[in-house]
Write a protein that binds this ligand. Structure first.
Ligand SMILES: Cc1cc2nc3c(=O)[nH]c(=O)nc-3n(C[C@H](O)[C@H](O)[C@H](O)COP(=O)(O)OP(=O)(O)OC[C@H]3O[C@@H](n4cnc5c(N)ncnc54)[C@H](O)[C@@H]3O)c2cc1C
Length: 435
């Protein structure tokens, strides 16, 4: 059975909402983004309530690998070409600032934060050439980056870039710390928002500000998030090995194997792909481990998903024009540790009416990229016409059975159900009725 390495942490249990309430700020979703936002606003003296449909720890956060790095899948060279130097530099500095915020937090909270180097590696000659261009791109942003031809890790590479002073942590230890000062209701699902009111099945919560930090927003039409967000999966396996230097790395391509160290463990992930697609599952990672470490046992393994934005940049800020006091943090593209921290800064500054230097980069009201929109409209039409009785409760696309995970998955927007029809992942909001 899948279990993440973080799940041994025991998190406190919180009550379920049993009456109508009023608050200044309502945060919906108790994953890393919701809790960092709630923590910052509480420290600023705001009256904050967090509601969570399951348990604190997040659907995505408890299954992350929790590297905190500016070396993510997005390439700074591409950002420079597409949006210019100022955009690329601001994006980079938003990430670096987020890492520093975690470092600052670790001075008062213990969540196994480590300052380590992050790497991006190439495994072919062609990738080496491309990575050299990326190295030059980061240098042109005036940020210290190193080129290395060899490293101490036992993965064969043709070269890598290194950023020093990045981070990694235990995400559930951070959450254990964050929840202690907050008012939280668990098993409390919001089904609808109208301006300043959020509705569960039985109760209402009135709030001056509402933050939707639920992974994929459950609000169906407002903001048109279904036109600009899909979900991708990533697979993880963990072995014991404490002989390697502390640090983390990603490959040139998003689906390449990535890794990080944690205490005496070595965590591998990869084979990222769209939810609902048949791919090789754990096979690429397990084959790699078997080849390199034939005598090691896999101690933990898990697969999970995250929201993917149309242009690779997260959506953080005001939800839509018609709900000016509702905010969103989503589209983290499997890089949610930095983005959750950035979201806590941007959303809190906006509520506190302070300037924020990164806000313009992540503006959720920007239009989806045309190629993304056209491709996904095509997929949605095909999936809506799929001849099956198993349909997603979100927009009605046909569901695909995943034999490995025994789940039903929606290719359109990544909703996921167990075999009994219980909802595992947004954007659908209800379990499926028996058909
Ligand atoms: C395998 C894997 C590895 C990853 N590794 C990294 C990494 O190394 N570094 C990195 O930066 N990122 C990584 N990520 C991405 C990162 O884990 C996510 O971006 C991040 O955890 C998202 O946090 P969140 O708070 O937005 O969502 P979540 O953690 O999913 O929290 C959202 C919460 O909202 C709740 N909710 C949903 N709907 C409702 C509702 N209607 N009412 C009330 N509550 C609701 C959910 O139950 C959930 O608890 C990885 C992702 C995966 C899948």
């Amino acid at each position: 059975m899948q279990k993440s390495i973080w799940e041994d942490i025991v998190l406190p249990v919180f009550p379920t909402l049993d009456k109508d309430i009023e608050t200044e700020v309502l945060v919906i979703g108790a994953g890393i983004s919701g809790l960092l936002i709630a923590d910052r606003l509480r420290k600023e003296g705001k009256k904050v309530i967090v509601v969570e449909k399951n348990r604190v720890g997040g659907e995505r956060t408890k299954f992350t690998t929790a590297t905190i790095t500016a070396l993510e899948d997005i390439r700074y060279g591409d950002l420079i070409n597409k949006y210019g130097m100022e955009f690329a530099k601001t994006y980079l500095m938003a990430n670096i600032g987020a890492i520093q915020k975690y470092r600052d937090l670790s001075e008062t909270l213990d969540f196994d934060f480590e300052s380590v180097s992050s790497y991006k590696y190439a495994k072919t000659e062609w990738e080496r050439e491309e990575l050299l261009k990326e190295y030059q791109a980061i240098l042109s942003l005036d940020y210290p980056v190193k080129w290395i031809d060899h490293w101490e890790y036992d993965m064969d590479i043709t070269g890598a870039i290194e950023l020093e002073n990045q981070g990694q942590m235990n995400p559930l230890r951070l959450i254990q710390n964050l929840v202690s000062g907050l008012t939280i209701y668990e098993q409390t699902k919001i089904e609808k928002i109208q301006n300043h009111v959020a509705y569960t099945k039985e109760h209402i919560i009135q709030a001056k500000y509402i933050i939707v930090s639920t992974g994929y927003p459950f609000v169906r039409r407002k903001g048109l998030y279904f036109t600009k967000l899909i979900q991708n999966k990533s697979y993880v396996a963990v072995i014991k090995d404490d002989t390697l230097p502390k640090g983390n790395a990603v490959g040139w391509n998003a689906e390449d194997i990535y890794f990080r160290t944690y205490k005496e463990y070595y965590i591998f992930g990869g084979n990222d792909h769209r939810v609902g697609q048949e791919r090789k599952g754990y096979i690429p990672i397990l084959s790699y481990i078997l080849k390199k470490y034939p005598n090691k046992e896999v101690e933990y393994h898990w697969v999970n998903e995250d929201t993917i934005s149309s242009d690779g940049i997260a959506y953080i800020g005001k939800f839509c024009n018609s709900m000016p006091d509702v905010f969103v943090a989503t589209g983290f593209n499997l890089w949610g540790m930095t983005k959750a921290m950035i979201a806590s800064e941007i959303i809190c500054d906006t509520i506190l009416q302070k300037e924020n230097e990164y806000e313009w980069i992540f503006n959720p009201k920007r239009k989806p990229s045309l190629s993304f929109f056209i491709k996904n409209m095509g997929i949605a039409i095909r999936e809506l016409l799929l001849p099956t009785t198993k349909r997603c409760g979100h927009l009605g696309c046909g569901l695909h059975y995943n034999k490995q995970e025994h789940t039903y998955e929606c290719l359109c927007h990544g909703s996921k159900y167990d075999e009994k029809g219980n909802l595992i992942f947004n954007p659908a909001i209800h379990n499926k009725k028996k058909d």
